[in-house]
Design a protein around this ligand. Structure first.
Ligand code: 3PG
Length: 209
């Protein structure tokens, strides 16, 4: 009964997180990520362009588009209206989780402690974001946190790069890693989609031991 996004993440093992200043970047960015070998994208609701970008991606690209940095049930609703097919949050909000479940949309709340993992389990969830991953102790922390929660899958995000992603992916409980490094702000600003594809392809290559 695993959702489309869980299946895609289990295959790609990488979730590009993007902060888009301009919705017109949506189409070339989708093409660049697809060329690099990925099938999903998380557009953070941190810019006024985000909802429009989600709309454009949902309408025109083959990527499975989700909304990130979702902080309220209202934001979750707006994102889903725009076409987001999953929701990611930096922390655990029971209200956001409940709204996503009512909307029938997979939600990945952020967790940093065993308490938050238990809250996610009580809400009926099996996959969570682990954020901010590097700052919280990296792969060894995910490994230690996962021990008492055998069914839980983690998406470590925060400080992940091509250089350290393999350590996370070696932890059996890790579903995928996420981060902004493939779509860095300076590359977007320069319209350097070739470099975005190159970084994405390098990251994809690093997922394969
Ligand atoms: C997020 O919202 O997931 C983070 O900002 C991503 O962290 P990163 O920029 O260190 O990849």
């Amino acid at each position: 009964r695993s959702s489309d996004i869980v299946r895609l993440l289990a295959g790609d093992r990488l979730l590009p997180v993007v902060i888009l200043p301009d919705a017109s970047a949506a189409e070339p960015l989708a093409a660049a990520l697809t060329a690099g070998g990925l099938h999903s994208i998380e557009v953070t609701l941190r810019t006024p362009a985000a909802l429009d970008a989600i709309k454009r991606l949902a309408a025109s690209s083959d990527l499975l588009v989700g909304a990130g940095t979702v902080l309220s049930p209202e934001q979750a609703e707006r994102a889903v209206d725009a076409g987001a097919r999953y929701v990611v949050c930096p922390g655990f909000s029971a209200a956001v989780v409940r709204r996503c479940q009512d909307l029938g949309v997979p939600v990945f709340p952020g967790v940093a402690t065993p308490t938050e993992i238990q809250m996610a389990l009580e809400a009926g969830l099996e996959a969570v974001k682990f954020f901010p991953a590097e700052q919280l102790g990296g792969a060894p922390m995910v490994k230690a946190l996962s021990a008492p929660f055998p069914g839980v899958r983690f998406v470590p995000t925060g400080g992940v790069t091509t250089a350290n992603l393999a350590a996370y992916l070696a932890v059996p409980a890790v579903l995928a890693v996420g981060g902004t490094w493939m779509v860095a702000a300076d590359l977007l600003a320069a319209g350097d989609y070739a470099e975005i594809t190159r970084r994405t392809a390098a990251a994809v290559a690093a997922t394969r031991p």
